[in-house]
Design a protein around this ligand. Structure first.
Ligand SMILES: Cc1cc2nc3c(=O)[nH]c(=O)nc-3n(C[C@H](O)[C@H](O)[C@H](O)COP(=O)(O)O)c2cc1C
Ligand code: SF4
Length: 415
């Protein structure tokens, strides 16, 4: 293997029609920085400018709601209205000035919405496995309105100067709900068979593609299986058939993750990846001193299954930590791009560090405190500076997580 710092990881590459300076992608990571109208400001611009300054080749924004009924949380940014365009135009301008590229991750939260002010949409009236929230089955007109919401959000992403769109089709949100037999029990044109359950994402992809000029990319985060206890969910073979139809509908590449999940931490945002005894001690993780590091690249089995059957560009996310691991995976052709979320929260300049020869795992210990604060506070690492850990403890033990966001499930009647 080539020395990591000189490997293809650091050489220019293209994703669909979009030229990138390297193969490092900042995975979608909810910024929780919007105002009540879903508009973003200086803090959001600075976060993305900083990532581009730190050497990230391409950033996926955190999930941005495409339609008011698809809002996940009250601090989430939206591209559901034209008045959001100027704010995002500042972001794309700042990223381009620093030599980076940026795709808007557009999303619809479905019944996994944690926003109590939102009246969500779902394919069928089934309790959401993560939140317990149940909403009525969408009508045909409402489904078409949701597709049009994605189309219009893509049109606004073009106007804001994004380099592409990254469609959120994983992790339990509306597209995942359409794809899973557990949450889509319809027997009309939108359910009943694998093909009809996948019709919603196929139509969304076609609608977005029709809005994008030739130089813009279109990628998708896809769920390759339901990771829930209940039997009968989306299986890997069915998910792969779906991805084949999504690629045919116009994708330039896919980022592989889970579909429905009982919770984030056991499925897509796993803890303590690559944290050895030394890192545990340095970061005061005493409960990890006698435990083995959790494995890196935890979606690799999904990726290998997909690679064997569908010809597309693959973005590997989920516990990518050591540069030697990343270089080996890219150079052996198992994935084209490496995507990371938590390591870039703690070290926005991580790519520069790796290019400079750093071989140790990043400082992020995957403790998931930042995930607990999603939709409570603006995105940040809560372990550094150390004072942040005290702020976190104060918020936690004073009952802060009982409010909106990940700590509380929307009750029946919260519509
Ligand atoms: C605080 C936080 C917010 C996240 N928000 C999003 C999001 O908006 N969109 C998305 O696709 N994934 C989101 N994720 C998941 C990440 O994109 C990624 O798939 C996951 O964290 C595993 O990658 P990592 O090990 O590099 O962190 C989020 C993760 C964290 C920790
Ligand atoms: S709080 Fe910091 S160390 Fe913990 S997962 Fe988030 S970025 Fe990593």
């Amino acid at each position: 293997m080539t020395a990591p710092a000189r490997s293809t990881l650091f050489a220019p590459a293209t994703l669909g029609p979009v030229p990138l300076r390297n193969r490092f992608i900042r995975a979608g990571t909810g910024e929780s920085m919007a105002d009540p109208a879903g508009r973003i400001g200086d803090e959001y611009v600075a976060l993305h400018e900083n990532l581009a300054r730190g050497g990230v080749g391409l950033a996926f924004t955190g999930h941005i709601f495409s339609h008011l009924r698809g809002r996940y949380g009250d601090l989430q940014a939206g591209l559901h209205q034209d008045s959001s365009i100027p704010g995002f135009a500042r972001v794309t301008e700042a990223v381009h000035r620093r030599g980076g590229r940026i795709f808007a991750q557009i999303a619809h939260a479905g019944s996994q919405s944690m926003s109590f002010a939102t009246r969500p949409l779902a394919p069928s009236a089934v309790d959401n496995v993560m939140t317990g929230r149940r909403v009525e089955a969408a009508t045909d007109d409402e489904i078409h309105e949701a597709i049009d919401g994605f189309r219009q959000a893509a049109r606004r992403a073009v106007e804001a100067g994004f380099d592409g769109v990254h469609l959120h089709g994983a992790n339990g949100y509306l597209i995942s709900e359409f794809r899973s037999p557990l949450t889509n029990t319809r027997d009309d044109d939108w359910g009943g068979t694998r093909e009809r359950r996948d019709r919603f994402p196929v139509e969304v992809i076609r609608a977005i593609r029709a809005e994008l000029p030739a130089g813009m990319g279109l990628t998708m985060k896809v769920g390759l299986a339901d990771l829930v206890d209940e039997p009968g969910g989306l299986t890997v073979p069915d998910a792969i058939e779906g991805v084949r139809s999504f690629v045919a509908a116009g994708l330039d590449g896919v980022e592989v993750s889970s579909n429905l999940m009982s919770d984030y931490v056991s499925a897509s945002i796993r803890g303590y990846v690559a944290v050895d005894r030394r890192r545990a001690l340095e970061d005061l993780l005493f409960h990890r001193l006698h435990k083995k590091p959790e494995p890196e690249a935890y979606f690799l089995p999904f990726v290998d299954a997909l690679r064997a059957q569908v010809d597309t560009t693959i973005i590997l996310v989920g516990g990518m930590r050591r540069v030697t691991t990343m270089a080996a995976l890219v150079e052996s052709g198992r994935a084209e791009f490496i995507s990371m979320a938590r390591p870039f929260i703690r070290e926005p300049d991580l790519v520069q560090r790796l290019a400079g020869g750093q071989r140790t795992a990043p400082a992020c210990v995957s403790c998931n405190i930042c995930l607990m604060h999603d939709e409570h506070h603006a995105l940040r690492c809560w372990r550094t500076p150390r004072m942040n850990l005290l702020r976190h403890a104060k918020y936690r033990f004073s009952g802060g997580f009982k409010g909106k966001g990940s700590g509380r499930k929307p009750a029946a009647g919260d519509r």
